[in-house]
Design a protein around this ligand. Structure first.
Ligand code: PAF
Length: 285
């Protein structure tokens, strides 16, 4: 695997691969890689000849009171893991190269629909930071395929919309959620969960699955289910940020006759904000 820090060098390497007729798969990350990231790399490898992973902890998508400064930077371990799965290129640019004119002056990409609800409501500006950096990374790498984990369901829905709206020539592929044995979705932020909280930290997943089973057995009072799920999290010692039964495509609150649904939630532990989702298809969707 080649580790490259500069836009010029990754472009040069990929130009050669493209001239040889190779297809390029891309997995953008912020590092601190775990098995769910590695599964995305394996998925990209099955679809493309050459796979690029990027690691860039994008300050633009963190709010002022968020954890940008304590977000784990583990380049050495990440490189080893990527070598282990046979990744071809690891691209780790400096902030000064990604935002050469500073972040305030940076041209931004905004997807107005979907960006201000759910996670966007409690993290103002977050998705603007995501879509701006992802579009820059797409321009740098110019991948044929990009793989994103579906744990960040809203992120993927927004990126899909950006790609569609801006006619970006990239195919998006969703990677399944990888879970710990007790159902907790793997996340770089799980390291912030305390030992005391850890046995209960799967409550978010348990509550979302509880809603799913209620809907599957005919319940349609989504507001009641959402309120009950939040109460379950509170009983387990956590604060729910939101729980929402949504239309799986638009992310608008689900209508009683919607067939493709996604139940999304976010929950605060003492030092982490966890997100998760479960999808369900009703009837003949
Ligand atoms: O999901 C992430 O790790 C980040 O939001 C992404 C897509 C790499 C953009 O910084």
């Amino acid at each position: 695997m080649e580790l490259l820090h500069h836009i010029k060098s990754i472009r040069k390497a990929l130009k050669k691969a493209r001239q040889e007729g190779k297809t390029i798969g891309f997995v953008p990350t912020m590092g601190n890689l775990h098995n769910a990231h590695l599964a995305l790399v394996t998925q990209a490898q099955a679809l493309c000849d050459v796979v690029v992973v990027s690691i860039f902890v994008n300050r633009m998508q963190f709010g002022l009171n968020e954890d940008w400064d304590k977000y784990p930077r583990t380049l050495e371990q990440d490189s080893q893991k990527l070598r282990g799965v046979g990744c071809d290129y690891l691209f780790c640019p400096e902030e000064s190269e990604v935002y050469p004119n500073g972040m305030d002056a940076q041209t931004r990409v905004i997807v107005p629909s979907m960006a201000k609800v759910l996670c966007g409501a409690s993290r103002p500006g977050h998705f603007e930071g995501v879509t701006t950096v992802v579009s820059k990374l797409f321009n740098i790498v110019q991948p044929d395929i990009a793989v994103f984990g579906i744990k960040d369901y809203q992120q993927l829905a927004i990126i899909r919309r950006m790609v569609e709206d801006l006619c970006m020539p990239v195919e998006l592929v969703a990677g399944e959620i990888v879970r710990e044995a007790d159902g907790l979705a793997m996340s770089s932020r799980n390291g912030f969960i305390t030992a005391d909280e850890r046995p209960r930290a799967n409550q978010l997943n348990r509550s979302l699955n509880w809603i799913k089973s209620k809907i599957e057995s005919g319940e349609r009072d989504f507001l009641r289910l959402e309120a009950e799920a939040k109460a379950q999290m509170s009983e387990a010692g956590f604060r729910a940020d939101y729980v929402s039964v949504c239309n799986g495509k638009t992310l608008e609150p689900a209508a009683a006759d919607d067939l493709n649904l996604c139940v999304l939630g976010a929950m605060y532990t003492q030092s982490a904000r966890l997100i998760d989702n479960v999808s369900l298809t009703l009837g003949e969707a």
